[in-house]
Design a binder for this molecule. Structure first.
Ligand SMILES: Nc1ncnc2c1ncn2[C@@H]1O[C@H](COP(=O)(O)OP(=O)(O)OP(=O)(O)O)[C@@H](O)[C@H]1O
Length: 275
């Protein structure tokens, strides 16, 4: 990593003395398969995500992006180094973390309202409270009239809205997103990106958003982390100084956006070629 990049890794919240939302300290992770074959997914990986920050992770396919998210959740433990959440070492499933993945995590046999209420109920909310909060979030994602519908009666974009409501209803302090919109058509995807930014800006949560789509990363994030080819390490960090609020259908035409895309793509291309 260059010195200029290191400067940018220190974010305002870190400088102010509060522990970052997420921190990787010299993390390496090696998978051992059933036949004893070892795959080093991450090597000496360090990064920090500030509280309330939106970070996007891009990198060549198979470099270790999903592995990174799985270490934040505690599903995977580092072979070397440490992962910290709000200043404390990760120790098992953390209720402060929410996820949205490419596949919908909705229960097909439950209607929208029951799906969204499931999280608060599981976390110990009373039925009244869980359903009040679920109704509120269903309304916020524009599905107020669809609470009684089942997932198979909804479009892909609507199911993704359910997934967002399901996640935000739990008021996560950290939100992990692994290519959440990649299965959607371009138009729906743009709408969902706008929606996500609105929900995030009102929530104050920290987001780590993994994507193959560089434009999506730049349009959404405060900073874009470029990972090297496997074993992944943090190659460079780009601060995305485009003003907010951003409108997805317009931000891509900003000359600074185009310039950033070119710079990051040049960086990324080197890694894709290395593979
Ligand atoms: N359970 C596992 N056992 C062995 N190797 C694994 C396991 N999970 C992932 N890997 C390997 O670790 C590397 C990183 O995988 P990971 O899924 O984190 O990459 P990724 O960057 O998210 O990939 P993609 O961009 O294709 O989604 C890959 O080479 C993958 O084959």
């Amino acid at each position: 990593m260059s010195t200029a990049t290191l400067d940018r890794v220190a974010s305002p919240a870190i400088a102010a003395g509060s522990a970052p939302a997420i921190e990787f300290r010299g993390v390496s992770l090696r998978y051992i398969s059933a036949d004893g074959h070892a795959t080093v997914a991450l090597r000496d990986f360090s990064m920090a995500v500030a509280r309330g920050e939106f970070v996007a992770i891009v990198g060549p396919t198979g470099c270790g992006k999903s592995t990174t998210l799985n270490m934040i959740t505690g599903l995977l433990k580092p072979t070397v180094g440490e992962v910290r959440i709000m200043g404390q070492a990760v120790g098992g499933i953390d209720p402060r973390i929410g996820f949205v993945f490419q596949a919908d995590a909705v229960f097909p046999w439950r209607n929208v309202l029951d799906n969204v209420a499931a999280g608060p109920l599981f976390r110990g909310a009373s039925k009244d409270e869980a359903y009040t909060r679920a109704r509120d979030w269903i309304g916020r994602v524009g599905l107020g009239k669809f609470g009684g519908h089942f997932p198979h009666q909804l479009s892909g974009g609507m199911r993704k809205r359910v997934a967002l409501a399901q996640t935000f209803v739990n008021q996560p302090e950290i939100l992990l997103m692994d290519e959440p919109f990649s299965a959607l058509d371009m138009q729906t995807r743009t709408l969902m990106q706008d929606e996500l930014l609105q929900l995030w800006s009102a929530s104050g949560s920290s987001v780590v958003f993994v994507t193959h789509d560089l434009e999506e990363a730049i349009a959404l994030a405060d900073r874009v982390f470029v990972l090297s080819a496997r074993p992944a390490t943090l190659k460079r960090v780009y601060t995305i100084d485009l003003p907010r609020p951003r409108v997805m259908s317009q931000v891509r035409y900003d000359p600074h956006f185009v310039e950033l895309s070119k710079r990051i793509w040049d960086d990324l291309r080197e890694e894709v070629v290395i593979q």
